[in-house]
Structures are given as structure tokens and as C-alpha cells.
Design a protein around this ligand. Sequence first.
Ligand SMILES: Nc1ncnc2c1ncn2[C@@H]1O[C@H](COP(=O)(O)OP(=O)(O)O)[C@@H](O)[C@H]1O
Ligand SMILES: [Mg+2]
Length: 266
Amino acid sequence: MKGTTEPGAGGKSLLCARDVSKQYQNKTVVDHISLQLGKGVYGLLGANGAGKTTLMRMLCGILRPTQGQITLAGKPVTGEEYRAMLGYLPQDFGYYPDFTGKEFLLYMAALKGMPKPWANQKSRELLEVVGLAEQADKKIKTYSGGMKQRLGIAQALLNDPLLLVLDEPTAGLDPKERVRFRELIAQAGQSSIVLLSTHIVSDVEHIADSILMMKAGRLIYQGKWEENKGDLEAFYLEQFGEEMGKSPAAGRKKQKEAQPGGGRQK
Ligand SMILES: Nc1ncnc2c1ncn2[C@@H]1O[C@H](COP(=O)(O)OP(=O)(O)O)[C@@H](O)[C@H]1O
Ligand SMILES: [Mg+2]
């Protein structure tokens, strides 16, 4: 292990991934990805199968990379200190239908080893923040998809994480809930590194400070998306239109060998 704990460029990078790969048998699912992220909101975009979940699970210490190192504020991903700074909403999050929202948060807080008074206060506070205060004592099985998703975000925020990883958090949210969600994320991005994955451009277009675009395990774009680069959605469809099948129009529009404009990295 290298002994360096420097935060990276500009002293602002807190999450550092160096040359991270994941291989299954002969298949490379995450292919030499390096990241240096400071506080803010990052939108991880990519079609299904691009490798988003695999990358996120490695950043959360659940999956061991085949290669590469990951640190948060200089702490290795394998350690307890890293875990204490992390909040994670998995893509397929298992809720307990017979728990109430409040019980669920208290339960998750206990799993995170939070002392009871802090857990109580934080749960109450977060139920308010995600707009579930009135439903706090109702069973989760009575919640809508959006309410469950908000509860999932609340549990990820329990320990005031420095790194908040949300895997497809907008799935199943209605338009009104999307607005609330954006506000929540923007707020979290003030004090944390928020990494959220989606395959829907409009989910991150306006809230992400930075875009990370993955295709076939590789990072094909990283950075701010600026107007002068054109339309993000158009660029995205150019990358994925043909393989997504869902948008034949986009696929047809650019049949020439994908050769997008600037801002693209190898
Ligand atoms: N345990 C595994 N064994 C083999 N292949 C896997 C495994 N997990 C994921 N994959 C493959 O890795 C690719 C990326 O998956 P995933 O990270 O879930 O992508 P995304 O979240 O972008 O949809 C997919 O082709 C998937 O089938
Ligand atoms: Mg996924």
C-alpha cells in the first residue's frame, strides 16, 4: 500500500479511486476507473449494464475490486473509519414491510452503531427532512414507491455521511417527488460527496455539479456539463441510443460511427 493520504488536486478531493477494475471470469465490468471527487453532487450516468452498480458497490466497500485502491479522506475502503463516513442506498433496497418508517430508521441506526439519543434525534429530524413525519408511525407496506425511496434516502443520511452513494434513487418517483428529491440532494451536496446513479439524463442534468458517464465499464465523460457542449441528453443518446433499444429514434438520428464532440475522454 502506498502511504500517501494527500487529498488530491486542489486539496479538495476526498474520495479517491485509483485505477479501479472489476473482473468476472473473462468479463471486465469496471475497467480502470480513476476518480477524485470533492464535495458536491455527481451524476453517474450510463445505460443498464454499464457497470454503475458494480462501481458503487466497490466504492461502498461491499465488493472488492480486482485491482485498484479506494480511499475516503485518506482512509482505505476496507476499514471501519471509511464505513463510518458512508451512507448508501442500494439499487434493490430491502425494506421491512411490518416496520413503521420510524422503527426502520431506528433499526438502521442501531446497525450503524449509533448511540440511542443521537439515533432518536436524527430519525425524527430526517423523517421531517424527507417529508415523512406524518407517516412516521405507519407501516412501510402502506407506503408508495416514492415514500419508500425517501425513507431509503433518510436511512443513508442517518450518520451524516461524508460520502452518500445513491444507486438509482429516482426510480419510481413521481414528478412531485422528483422535485422534493432534487432539493434534498442539493442540500446534501453542500456538505457531502453525493454520487447518484441513473440512466435518466433529466434526473441529474440540473442538480449534478458534475457528470460521470459510464459505458461498458469505462468512464467516457467526466466533468461539468456546460451549455457550449450542446445538449447532454443528445450526447447521452449518441453514446447509448443504439444499445438502449428504447429510443430507436435517437439511434437512427446518428447512425454514423459515434464520434461526438469535445469533452470526451478515452
Ligand atoms: N456477479 C456478477 N457476475 C458476473 N457478471 C456480473 C456480476 N455482477 C454484474 N455483472 C455484469 O456486470 C455488468 C454491469 O452490471 P451493473 O454494475 O449492475 O451495471 P448497471 O448498474 O450500470 O446497470 C452487467 O453486464 C452485469 O451482467
Ligand atoms: Mg445498476
